[in-house]
Design a protein around this ligand. Structure first.
Ligand SMILES: N[C@@H](CCC(=O)N[C@@H](CS)C(=O)NCC(=O)O)C(=O)O
Length: 213
C-alpha cells in the first residue's frame, strides 16, 4: 500500500473534496494541514504548480484537484469515479461545472490571490458578494437544481450513487456556507434539491466519521 500525505489548508476549499474522497474510500493518509506561515515560508515555492491541494504518493508530489479526485475515486470500490467512459463523462461534466462555481467563490473569498485588490471596507465586500451571488452564482445553482430534478436520482446529479462530482459540489457549498460572509439570506433555500445533495453528502457515514474525528 502506498503512503499518502494530503497537503491542504485548514479551511473547506478545493482540497476538502479530496480529503472526503480519501476518507470515503477508506484510504489511510496523513492529513497535513498547511498554515499560511508554512505556505509563504517555502511550501508554495515547492508545490508543483504553486497551489494546494498536493497529494504526496510515496513522497512524490502530485497536484490539481480534478486529477487528484479522479485518481482517488478510482482507488476504491465505491464507484466514486465510474469506470464506464459514458458515466465518467457525466461525472466530469458535473465536476467541471462545480469548478466554475468554485473559482467564482474563491476569487471573491481571496481577491488578492487572484491579482485583485482587497476589499476597501466590509460594506464594499458585502456589495460585491451580493452582486456575485445574485448575478453569477444564482443562475449556476438554478442550473444545478434543474439537473438534479431532471435526472431524478434522489439528490444526486447524474448517477444513482455518490461520486466525486457531488463531493466537489458539497465542498463549494460548505465553503460558501461557512466562510463566504454576506451570502444573501436564504440563498440556498431557493434550491431545495441542491440542499438535498448537500445533506446526502453530509449524512454519508464516512463523512460524519471524518468530521467527528
Ligand atoms: N488548479 C488548481 C488550483 C489550486 C489553487 O489555486 N489552490 C488555492 C487554494 S483553493 C491555493 O493554493 N491558493 C494559495 C496560492 O495560490 O498561493 C487546483 O484545482 O488544484
Amino acid at each position: 500500500m502506498a503512503q499518502y500525505k494530503l497537503k491542504y489548508f485548514g479551511f473547506p476549499g478545493r482540497g476538502e473534496s479530496v480529503r472526503l474522497a480519501m476518507a470515503i474510500n477508506g484510504i489511510d493518509f496523513e492529513n497535513d494541514v498547511v498554515s499560511f506561515e508554512r505556505w509563504g515560508g517555502g511550501e508554495k515555492a515547492a508545490a508543483p504548480y504553486g497551489g494546494l491541494p498536493v497529494l504526496e504518493i510515496d513522497g512524490v508530489a502530485r497536484a490539481q484537484t480534478g486529477a487528484l479526485l479522479r485518481y482517488v475515486g478510482k482507488l476504491g470500490d465505491k464507484g466514486l469515479y465510474p469506470s464506464d467512459p459514458a458515466e465518467a463523462l457525466k461525472v466530469d461534466e458535473a465536476l467541471e461545472f462545480a469548478d466554475e462555481v468554485s473559482t467564482i467563490v474563491l476569487t471573491s473569498l481571496a481577491p488578492k490571490s487572484y491579482g485583485f485588490p482587497d476589499f476597501e471596507s466590509e460594506d464594499a465586500k458585502r456589495v460585491h458578494r451580493e452582486s456575485v451571488a445574485n448575478t453569477l452564482l444564482a443562475p449556476k445553482f438554478a442550473k444545478l437544481e434543474a439537473l438534479i430534478v431532471e435526472n431524478d436520482k434522489n439528490g444526486l446529479i447524474f448517477t444513482d450513487h455518490l461520486t466525486i462530482a457531488e463531493l466537489k459540489w458539497y465542498q463549494v457549498m460548505k465553503l460558501m456556507k461557512t466562510m463566504w460572509d454576506h451570502l444573501p439570506t436564504g440563498f440556498f433555500d431557493q434550491y431545495p434539491n441542491v440542499q438535498k445533495l448537500y445533506t446526502f453528502v453530509e449524512e454519508v457515514p464516512e463523512v460524519q466519521a471524518w468530521y467527528s474525528s
